[in-house]
Ligand binder design. Structure first.
Ligand SMILES: Cc1cc2nc3c(=O)[nH]c(=O)nc-3n(C[C@H](O)[C@H](O)[C@H](O)COP(=O)(O)O)c2cc1C
Ligand code: SF4
Ligand code: SF4
Length: 260
C-alpha cells in the first residue's frame, strides 16, 4: 500500500510539497484533510503517513489539530510531517509531536519548508523569479527528506525554547478568534459573482447571497478565497488592499477544490 499523504493547503504550497515528496519517494497517495472534517475517525490503510500543512501564527492550523485528534494511527509504522511557512521560526513541530504523543503515537520525522509567505496583510509576495528560487531550494530539501523517509530515519526539526515563546502567547489568542476572523473580509464592486471563492474554500465557509460572498464564521483563515478571486475583489482588512495575490504557480484552484 502506498504511503498516505494528508494535506491542508490554502494557496498550494503544502499541496506542492506533498506532490514533490511523492515524486522523490516514487509513491504517495494525496488526500485532503478537509475531506475528512465530518468523519469521526480517520484510519489510514497505509504503513506510512505524511502530514502536509502550513504554519499559522506560529502554530498549527485549527483544521490540522482537529484532523490529528481524529486520526487512528494504530496500524501505522512511520509518521512524518512537512510544514510549509514563511521565514518565521515557531513551536508548531513541537506542538505536533506533543499532540501525537498524547495519542500514544510517535512523530518520526518533521521537516520545515521555507517557502512563499501568503499572509499578505503582513508580507509582500516576491516576484516570480524569486519564487522559483525559493521553491528550487525547498525541492532540494524535500529530496533529502524523502531519503530520510525512505530509510525510516527519525529526526524532527524543532526549535529552541526561546523561539517557541512568542507562539505560546500569540497562537492561543489567534485560535480563539480564527473562526470569526472572516468578519474582516470585504468584497468590492469588482466581484463578478463567479462563485470561485465558495468553491475553493476548503471548509465551505462561503455562500453566495445575491451573487456576493457571505462568510459563515467557521473560517480557517487559509486565505484561499482572497488569493484565488479572479478580479481580486476580496480584501482582509486595509493591509491587503492593492497587494499582489498569490498561489503556487503549479497549483490551480481546481487542484485545491479536488482536495475537498
Ligand atoms: C493565517 C496565516 C498565518 C500565518 N502565519 C505564519 C507564521 O506565523 N509564520 C510564517 O512563517 N508564515 C506564516 N504564514 C504563511 C504560511 O504558513 C505559508 O505561506 C504557507 O506555505 C501557506 O501554505 P499553503 O499555500 O499550503 O496554504 C501564515 C499564513 C496564514 C494564512
Ligand atoms: S471569487 Fe471573487 S468575483 Fe468570484 S464570487 Fe467570489 S468575490 Fe466575487
Ligand atoms: S473563508 Fe476564505 S479564508 Fe476562510 S477558510 Fe474559506 S477560503 Fe479560507
Amino acid at each position: 500500500m502506498q504511503p498516505a499523504f494528508y494535506v491542508f493547503s490554502g494557496t498550494g504550497n503544502s499541496l506542492w510539497a506533498a506532490r514533490r515528496m511523492a515524486h522523490h519517494l516514487g509513491e504517495g497517495r494525496i488526500e485532503g484533510m478537509a475531506h475528512y472534517r465530518d468523519a469521526k475517525v480517520v484510519k489510514p490503510d497505509s504503513l506510512v503517513v505524511g502530514l502536509f500543512f502550513p504554519l499559522y501564527v506560529m502554530g498549527l492550523p485549527l483544521l490540522v489539530e482537529e484532523f490529528i485528534a481524529r486520526l487512528d494511527l494504530s496500524d501505522v509504522e512511520y509518521v512524518f510531517a512537512v510544514m510549509t511557512s514563511g521565514p518565521v521560526l515557531s513551536r508548531a513541530m513541537t506542538d505536533l509531536r506533543k499532540l501525537l504523543k498524547s495519542k500514544g503515537e510517535w512523530l518520526a520525522s518533521g521537516f520545515r519548508l521555507k517557502v512563499v509567505n501568503n499572509y499578505i496583510a503582513l508580507f509582500k509576495i516576491p516576484p516570480l523569479d524569486e519564487q522559483k528560487h525559493i521553491f528550487a531550494q525547498a525541492d532540494q530539501k524535500l529530496k533529502t527528506a524523502a531519503k530520510q523517509v525512505r530509510d525510516r530515519l527519525h529526526s524532527v526539526e524543532t526549535t529552541s525554547w526561546p523561539v517557541r515563546i512568542p507562539g505560546l502567547i500569540t497562537h492561543p489568542i489567534w485560535k480563539r478568534h480564527v473562526r470569526a476572523a472572516d468578519r474582516k473580509f470585504t468584497v468590492s464592486d469588482a466581484c463578478t459573482s463567479c462563485g470561485l471563492c465558495a468553491q475553493v474554500c476548503p471548509v465551505d465557509n462561503i455562500k453566495l447571497v445575491d451573487g456576493k460572498p457571505r462568510w459563515l464564521h467557521h473560517c480557517e483563515e487559509c486565505l484561499a478565497c482572497l488569493h484565488f478571486c479572479p478580479p481580486e475583489a476580496i480584501d482582509f482588512g486595509p493591509k491587503t488592499l492593492g497587494k499582489t495575490r498569490y498561489h503556487h504557480a503549479e497549483v490551480s484552484a481546481n487542484d485545491l477544490i479536488a482536495l475537498k
